[in-house]
Design a binder for this molecule. Sequence first.
Ligand SMILES: Cc1cc2nc3c(=O)[nH]c(=O)nc-3n(C[C@H](O)[C@H](O)[C@H](O)COP(=O)(O)OP(=O)(O)OC[C@H]3O[C@@H](n4cnc5c(N)ncnc54)[C@H](O)[C@@H]3O)c2cc1C
Length: 495
Amino acid sequence: VLALGHDVVPTCIGCLVWLYKDGECPSRCQQQLSNESTDSYNLSITDPTHLETEAKMAIDATTNTFRIIIVGGGIAGLATAIAMRGPQREIIVLEKSRMNKEVGALLSLQPNAQKIVEQWNLKDILQRAKPTAERQFRILDTSGKIHMNIDMDGEKYGADRMVYHRQDLHSALREAALSTELPGYPASIVTAAKVVSCDCETGTITLEDNTTYQGDLIIGADGIHSMVREAVLKAGNHELVHPAPTGVSAYRLLVETTNLASLDVDKEVFDHTRQATTLIMGHDRRVIMGPARNGDLLGLVGMVPDEHMHESSNPNSWTTPGHLSKLLQTYHDFPQWIRDIFKQAPDIALWQLRDIDALPTWIAGRCIIIGDAAHAMLPTQGQGASQSIEDAEALQAFFADVTAKPDPQQIAQRIRKVFEARYKRASLIQAYSRQQAKPATEKGSVKVTLNPAEFLDYNCKYEGAVKWLEQQDASRRKLMAKRERMNTSSTGCSV
Ligand SMILES: Cc1cc2nc3c(=O)[nH]c(=O)nc-3n(C[C@H](O)[C@H](O)[C@H](O)COP(=O)(O)OP(=O)(O)OC[C@H]3O[C@@H](n4cnc5c(N)ncnc54)[C@H](O)[C@@H]3O)c2cc1C
């Protein structure tokens, strides 16, 4: 029996792997320890690095284990570590940072992603992350008038749109990936592990310090500057694709709502206690804001074309400091009350928004890229992290029946399925996100002409990769039948 902190996890006496909660051995070994904690076997492990080592030792004892290596411990990597948990699986996340500092910003999981994380039984863990359900988009023009309200119908989409503090969501996903309470084995997370090369055919990963890892499946979730993407494209003899500036930079601010009590604005126009995302849309600048952490915080993102910036954003950093005076100058013609909110932010962060073009492929050998590595997009629809969650669900769905070590052909077939299920949709959402960055008004006018709800149904009605493929097949068949009918009737006419 291993005692991990306060959780006592019984292991199988036959093969040493951790037993399921009901006491059954995942490798169906006949000899099992009882679920009772036995003092003489108790080994209290509080240091997470020990936890990782013990988990690894237990799993290494079996030879038929499916070994999954995930490069990158961001939202995409951690979501995949949760989705891929299962019997006879060893999941190792290699993360280059020490994982002790996530970017301070808000992040929304759109209904398409929120309903997936809810299916993963993460309700309690996510609840501790204090999410806020935001049930409306309110579009204002720069004169401060309400242009449009769009209700976000949780019932219509199968889940609410939930806003998290990025750090809280990251910690919650990490907790779930390491949890001994969820089914399957917990993942091992190795920090300060920078991957410098990836052999897609053999599944060999090399770290900066020359340590190597070999996996049956390699998942590159290493973000917009992905090195695994480079390996995948090189393996297929494709040209490399690099992140390109989109011509837009973003200011990011978090304000404590206790500082907004005396804000001089009609509550009908803006009320920070309302569970809504408010967008103030100018011709080429906009502000997007909403509450989080049970209403304690208001998060704001200000998007500005680079040529209208009064300071430089750094393409390589998410945390370049911005300056209040420059921010106020940039938003000089926006309502005074929003400029008053800016003044309450303790820090202002600035970053240059980049995205990538749709790639020729996401797969090579036994390797697949996901998340921003595969489809980094503009944040105009708040779909970046949500698309990563969809990737994780697709991997879960197409590997669901793999309960033991797969051969390279099985891996290749399944990652191809994931690619086929995800590529078209993710690429379209990338393109829609670019469209949503277009000017929101005619030049010189305050009348908002851009419709932020244009792609909402397409984005949010998603119900998982398998269903998506079925729907695609059904509409293809319908289209072919229609074409056939048209051909028959036109042939009939000419005869
Ligand atoms: C202003 C803004 C607002 C946004 N708002 C939203 C929103 O509301 N909703 C939404 O869904 N999305 C939003 N996004 C997008 C979202 O943040 C990203 O799409 C999402 O975080 C992608 O996650 P990822 O795990 O793929 O990449 P990342 O978060 O970049 O994670 C990659 C990880 O890999 C690690 N790594 C990198 N290289 C290596 C290596 N060589 N070896 C080991 N580890 C490595 C990194 O340290 C990092 O931890 C927003 C983005 C921006 C810019």
